[in-house]
Design a protein around this ligand. Structure first.
Ligand code: BDP
Length: 729
């Protein structure tokens, strides 16, 4: 009896061990994708001989010290012990070296010489090779920061179990986070607690978290951060705040991350140090030059300014009848002696353009005449789509529309319009969709990714190499940084795509899931499946078939397609969906606003006809009758209902797939995600029911058989309020 019991117990324990990957201990998510949990024995046996000692081939710097420390931390975690740092190369050394440290890498006979040269100043090479007669693993680069990136790449491969043989260099020069963080620590559109920047405590007190923030960003290759909100305040450019920003810059510097600031255009006027903010005023120009000098004295490698001007009530050069180029070039002249840059946002929609025209057209109309007029150190920062970070938008027509100007892509990582940090939506697929879009611009058709890589720029501008991608950060003071554990994946995916805009969202999801939960395929595969279906699910339950901007007023959470009473027409959902008795959708063809004409002729021709417009963008470009025959054989009305139901089913599917993973994920993180998924199902149902009730009130059509009527009358949904929703800043 006793023996049988022990046998049973042993079998039970064995099967539990088989089903439970090594990550079953509760985790709070603080470690992000840099968890370095113990590897399985076989993987340890493979890794150990590659890193018996750590060798830095030259003099240490803060950056190479960070690389060594990270390798020790990672190996300690994965193997249970950290290798010693040694000065001599032996068999089994993991060697970090630049050609300057180890001249033999640069000799004519070195097979690595050409490869290294091609990797530029930030790339890295991981190679098993022979050095000084010893078998070693080499992390090589042309700079210290390349070595740090290489160290992170080597660790990533070790965690995932991939071959640590690679050569990689970033395709974009600027890989930036934009924090919409205010000086009082609130975060505009932030859903993960307060700002991580504790401005009050700075500069004397610097949170340890800043170092972990820097590690996480460096692990992705992010090399710059704009500390404050684009809706900026003048005080950020006063001496006290410059000192605070300098203290942050000091912490981030070893990790290759430069600090930038958002500048309010009227700063000198508001600080009462000039009597105008006119960019052509010599006094204003001198003020900015002196200000730039002051900043660079405190932060010698300061990156430059990000500016939101003449948009949503922000001041700008147009207040003085000057152009965006006049404004940007004035600031550019102030920072150019210090090699700084200006990132001038194209997200503009001005007061006065509310006479029934199209907000989607404004940025293109205002900026294309300025192509070629910006100073060489100005980049125009363009949102991925022409409206505003919607769950789905066609790519912005400015990509490919300003061939002489370096364009900086702006994505929103924080999910202002995709369910905050309560709904699960992996944005890698959304970013990829934009980046892979073919602009059909001459000479041979460039994808958006190629446009931001500078492929369309004239030779001189291409040589200058101003290329980049910015992501509106989703980071806050929450213990797990991003509120939802899966929102860490959006930070991760942004960083990886900023390094390589042509990378695959699925491959990135696999990497992230393997590092964040477990490299065991029984975990990675279903987690990746959840991620890959999540954004389309959100599109289906919020804004299917090209609908957009139907979110609740101000907070942008939850459905409000009925709103029609806001001050500006283009703040109202009814402006965007145009649902009426005769049909639904925004006619942006020649019979409507003709926004379509802003795209390359091939796209304009294709999308002019609803039959050749991608279904997912149909109502973005066309106003169609409710009984329009869809390719599926359904009427448009039936298709819309079908999409809402697909969205709700998708949300339930996300939930059930996650619940099935319960034995494989630590209880804390599993539960924290599970709670949010329950809420997401309710949110999906709310969107479906409210939108169906509303559209039915407009078209008066019956629901086809099999479609469940919304359980409540329209007035019920209209009366829902969400006071104190987060993210208002
Ligand atoms: C909108 C946000 C607003 C931002 C604006 C921007 O609702 O909070 O200030 O974008 O990008 O989507 O400037």
């Amino acid at each position: 009896m006793h023996k049988i019991f022990i046998k049973l117990l042993a079998t039970l324990l064995l099967s539990l061990a088989a089903a439970t990957p090594a990550c079953a201990v509760d985790e709070d998510g603080y470690d992000l994708w840099l968890r370095y949990r113990p590897l399985e024995r076989a993987a340890q046996a493979r890794l150990q001989p590659q890193a018996r000692t750590l060798v830095l081939a030259g003099k240490p710097s803060p950056t190479t010290q960070a690389a060594l420390k990270e390798l020790q931390r990672g190996l300690q975690g994965m193997l249970g012990s950290a290798p010693a740092v040694s000065a001599t190369i032996q068999d089994g050394s993991l060697v970090l070296a630049t050609p300057a440290m180890l001249p033999e890498l640069a000799t004519a006979s070195s097979p690595l010489r050409a490869e290294l040269t091609a990797l530029g100043s930030e790339g890295y090479l991981l190679r098993k090779t022979r050095l000084q007669g010893h078998h070693v693993t080499l992390i090589a680069a042309n700079s210290d920061i390349g070595l740090l990136y290489g160290a992170f790449a080597w660790l990533r491969a070790a965690v995932i179990g991939a071959q640590p043989e690679a050569a990689s260099a970033p395709k974009l020069q600027l890989r930036l986070l934009n924090h919409w963080d205010n000086l009082d620590r609130t975060v505009e559109r932030g859903y993960a607690g307060a700002s991580i920047w504790d401005w009050w405590a700075l500069p004397d007190i610097t949170d340890r978290r800043y170092v972990d923030y820097a590690r996480a960003n460096a692990s992705l290759g992010i090399n710059g951060t704009v500390l404050n909100n684009v809706n900026s305040k003048p005080e950020v450019l006063t001496a006290a705040f410059i000192a605070k920003a300098a203290a942050v810059a000091d912490v981030l510097r070893p990790y290759g991350i430069k600090v930038y600031l958002s500048a309010r255009f009227s700063t000198p006027l508001e600080l009462k140090e000039t009597d105008t903010a006119d960019p052509l005023s010599p006094a204003v120009q001198a003020w900015w030059r002196n200000k730039a000098d002051e900043i660079y004295r405190a932060i010698p490698d300061f990156g430059g300014f990000l500016v939101k001007a003449n948009s949503e009530g922000q001041p700008g050069p147009q207040d003085y009848h000057r152009t965006h180029a006049d404004g940007a070039n004035m600031l550019a002249a102030a920072v150019v002696p210090h090699k700084g840059i200006v990132m001038w946002r194209a997200f503009v929609y001005a007061h006065g353009d509310d006479k029934g025209t199209d907000r989607a057209k404004q940025a293109y109309d205002e900026f294309t005449p300025l192509d070629g007029k910006f100073a060489a150190n100005v980049m125009v920062q363009v949102k991925n789509g022409a409206i505003d970070f919607q769950p789905r938008e066609p790519f912005h027509p400015l990509f490919g529309g300003m061939p002489k100007t370096p364009l900086l892509m702006e994505f929103q990582i924080t999910k202002e319009y995709l369910g905050f940090s309560t709904d699960l939506a992996y944005l890698g697929t959304m970013f990829e969709e934009t980046l892979h879009s073919d602009t059909k611009r001459a000479p041979q058709g460039l994808t958006v990714a190629q446009v931001i890589e500078g492929k369309a720029l004239p030779e001189a501008a291409r040589q200058a190499g101003l290329t980049g991608m910015a992501g509106v950060a989703n980071i806050g003071s929450d213990r797990n940084w991003t509120g939802h554990h899966f929102d860490q994946a959006n930070w991760y995916a942004f960083g990886r795509l900023a390094w390589d805009p042509q990378a695959s969202a699925r491959a990135i999801a696999v990497e992230w899931a393997a590092q964040t939960f477990s490299a065991d395929a029984r975990v990675t595969a279903p987690v990746v499946d959840i991620m890959m279906m999540s954004r389309e699910t959100v599109v289906d339950y919020m804004t299917p078939l090209g609908l957009h901007h139907m979110m609740g007023t101000g907070h942008h959470h939850g459905p409000a397609p009925w709103v029609d009473n806001l001050e500006r027409p283009d703040w109202n959902p009814v402006y965007y969906h145009r649902a009426a008795r005769d049909g639904i959708g925004f006619d942006r063809t020649a019979s409507g606003t003709n926004a379509l004409a802003q795209y390359a002729p091939e796209i304009a021709r294709q999308y002019a006809d609803p039959r050749t417009t991608p279904t997912q963008l149909l109502l973005w470009f066309h106003h169609l009758p409710w009984d329009y025959a869809m390719p599926s054989g359904r009427t448009l009305w039936a298709e819309l209902l079908h999409r809402y139901d697909t969205g709700v089913r998708g949300a339930r599917e996300l939930q059930s797939r996650w619940m099935a993973l319960r034995p494989m994920i630590d209880e804390r993180r599993h539960d924290e995600v599970a709670q949010r998924l329950r809420r997401q199902v309710a949110n999906a149902e709310l969107w479906r029911n409210a939108c169906i009730a509303y559209f039915q009130s407009i078209n008066g059509l019956p629901l086809p058989p099999g479609v469940t009527p919304p359980p409540k009358p329209l007035d019920y949904y209209k009366a829902i309020q969400v006071p104190y929703a987060p993210g208002r800043g």
